[in-house]
Design a protein around this ligand. Structure first.
Ligand code: PLP
Length: 412
């Protein structure tokens, strides 16, 4: 039986099931048949506590409980309610005050921001550039609109960010296409956990500035879905001023998501925020993105927009939310460190890791290895270039156990 449905009308090949949800379902089945203690499900992309329950910030839940029916039942304006548009800029930028012209347009999660950026700043047939290790839905989002993803090798042979490979691709694609959308997922990249260093940023911006004079436009989409789970909020926003030092035809866009930061995954809330050199470019951004929203999901859900607006109206509440999240972030960071330490001890090579929900292991036969591990009750995700472990969904004790199990399966 084929793994795909072939759409006769347009030749699209659609996988029979979403890979990650498929594995997760097999893990759930094994738990039901053999018991919870026999299974480690390291596939889930949400933060779970050590007992496998979803972490939901209680300070955010308090706000939910106080909502009025109109706060969630009513339509929001297409681009978002005004206080949300202001609040989300503060949430994304922290204490950084951009000198460029910013506009925020609400989207259903960070996913919506990625969709709208590709829809408006590339043409059908174009290639969208991201790293070889990347979040698989980028391919789906681009493919749904007749675009595709092209990649550069993210790390060189010494395990450093491969700025030369990045620059080469930016140059090549702008020469062929005229305009280019680049997706950078940092800090705490999915699936590797890597965060671009300030030196990496320097080189990224240099490459973009070198290509810009020959390009019609370059859009730098910074997907910051995990920014508040990487470490200190201010420290991990230090790259933001670097985005301002670009010519007029380079437009940085921040894809911001409330899914992880406010544990509001299911409310589908995020925003795309532009950093434009002129008010005209910012106004155009707002108009085209709202237009695109209208033609895809129409209005974004109002509920989480009201929640964020209320949080940013009340400094004491904002402080509590940030403090509560910081506690869980520490838990997540401990798990990542534990995995790293044990991997080092047993000689398991991992992809350069800094922080976040995932750790990746380079591997030539990921499907085979993950199948073997599933038989032993360990569920992880095989990717094109290796294996992805979600440290967000397993305990620190499991993080200590896994590297040796994976190493053994790879050695067999
Ligand atoms: N970008 C990356 C790399 C992600 O991993 C995710 C979620 O898993 C998102 C963006 C967007 O998530 P959402 O649409 O739930 O905000």
């Amino acid at each position: 039986m084929s793994d795909y449905i072939l759409a006769k009308q347009n030749g699209r090949k659609i996988p029979l099931e979403d890979k990650i949800f498929g594995i997760s379902n097999r893990a759930k089945k094994m738990i039901a048949e053999e018991g919870k203690d026999k299974v480690i499900n390291a596939t889930i992309g949400s933060l779970l506590d050590d007992d496998g329950n979803l972490v939901v910030l209680s300070s955010v839940v308090e706000v939910v409980k106080e909502l009025e029916p109109v706060d969630f039942a009513d339509y929001a304006p297409i681009g978002g309610i005004p206080p949300f548009r202001e609040a989300v800029k503060k949430a994304a930028f922290g204490s950084f005050q951009p000198k460029r012209f910013t506009e925020a347009v609400s989207t259903p999660g960070g996913t919506g921001s990625i969709r709208n950026t590709i829809a408006n700043y590339s043409s059908p047939g174009d290639k969208i550039l991201t790293s070889d290790w990347h979040w698989a839905p980028y391919n789906t989002i681009a493919g749904e609109m007749g675009r595709s993803i092209d990649t550069y090798q993210m790390f060189d042979e010494n395990g450093n960010f491969n700025a030369a490979a990045f620059a080469k691709k930016v140059d090549e694609l702008t020469a062929v296409q005229g305009s280019l959308v680049v997706i950078l997922n940092t800090p705490a990249h999915n699936p590797t956990g890597y965060s671009l260093t300030m030196e990496d940023w320097e080189q990224v911006m240099q490459a973009v500035k070198t290509a810009a004079p020959k390009a019609e436009s370059i859009v730098l989409l910074v997907d910051v879905a995990y920014i508040d789970f990487a470490g200190d909020e201010e420290e991990y926003r230090k790259f933001l001023p670097k985005l301002e030092d670009v010519p007029e035809n380079v437009l940085p866009i921040i894809a911001y998501s409330l899914s992880k930061t406010y544990t509001l995954y299911g409310t589908r809330c995020g925003a795309m925020i532009c950093m434009a050199q002129t008010p005209e470019i910012a106004a155009e951004f707002k108009r085209v993105c709202e237009f695109s929203s209208r033609g895809s999901w129409s209005n974004s859900a109002k509920l989480a927009q009201v929640i964020l607006s209320k949080i940013y109206k009340d400094p004491a509440l904002l402080k509590r939310v940030n403090e509560e999240r910081a506690g869980y972030r520490e838990m997540l960071i401990r798990r990542g460190r534990a995995f790293e330490e044990e991997a080092k001890k047993c000689g398991l090579k991992i992809v350069p890791f800094d922080a976040g929900f995932f750790v990746s292991i380079p591997c030539d036969n990921p499907d085979e290895i993950s199948k073997k591990l599933e038989a032993d009750g360990l569920f992880i995700v095989p990717l094109a270039k290796g294996l992805r472990v979600s440290v967000a969904s397993i305990s620190e004790a499991s993080c200590r156990k896994l590297p040796a199990m994976i190493k053994a399966a790879m050695a067999e």
